[in-house]
Write a protein that binds this ligand. Structure first.
Ligand code: FES
Length: 224
């Protein structure tokens, strides 16, 4: 076991566990995007960043990859962390403005503006689909090609893959194509509606929906 501090609270963790696992176990909220409990951590989005002080220096690390070590002090919501997360989310939303997952995250962490030019891509390169296909579906029908701006997820040789079973797991896990935000009216706009849970919502939708993160408020906004 190792002992570390998270947001000033002393906690114990098993050696080999990540900061994210420990933080979640003790109830500290750290937002994630490319992380999934059942898949190998990939560290693509950096949204899970936290500030770690190991006694010598303080730096930002991806909590889904960084191991819980003896004596480290972790801050999950320092000014530096929140600023970094907002910047990352801005860049991701500029790439895929209609992703409901991204718009919901923006609402949650209080992002109000996107300063970058909006595009309309359908992939944030989080790699969830690739890992899902390989690790859970045992197929490996898709993978990354290219670098930098040319990087994308494709089937081998960009032809219909013979090993793809059309199971749809890649679509299911994708944070961009699975749920489309319908609250965005013009390029550059942030929806910020999904946290607006009003009594009308209970009348219009069933109670169960209102206990979920996505309450359907963006649908209301669209209908106004
Ligand atoms: S959730 Fe950790 S890098 Fe994406």
């Amino acid at each position: 076991m190792v002992t570390l501090t998270i947001d000033g609270v002393k906690v114990q963790a098993e050696e080999g566990s990540t900061i994210l696992e420990v933080a979640r176990f003790y109830g500290f909220n750290i937002p994630t995007l490319c992380y999934h409990d059942e898949l190998t951590p990939y560290g693509a989005c950096r949204l899970c960043m936290v500030e770690v002080n190991d006694g010598r220096r303080t730096r930002l690390v991806a909590s889904c990859l960084y191991p819980a070590k003896e004596g480290i002090r972790v801050k999950t919501h320092s000014q530096r962390v929140v600023k970094g997360r907002k910047l990352i989310l801005e860049l991701l939303i500029a790439r895929c403005p209609n992703s409901k997952t991204l718009q919901d995250l923006a609402s949650k962490i209080g992002l109000e503006h996107v300063r970058f030019k909006m595009e309309s891509k359908d992939c944030i390169l989080c790699g969830l689909c690739v890992r899902m296909c390989a690790e859970q579906m045992g197929s490996g029908a898709i993978g990354f090609v290219g670098r930098g701006q040319e990087r994308e997820v494709v089937t081998p040789f960009r032809v219909s893959s013979e090993i793809c079973r059309n199971c749809g797991a890649c679509m299911y896990i994708c944070p961009v194509v699975e749920l489309q935000c319908r609250g965005v009216k013009s390029p550059g706009e942030l929806c910020n509606s999904c946290l607006v849970i009003t009594p009308q919502c209970v009348e219009k939708y069933d109670q169960v929906m209102c206990t979920l993160d996505s309450c359907g408020a963006c649908v209301q906004k669209e209908e106004k």
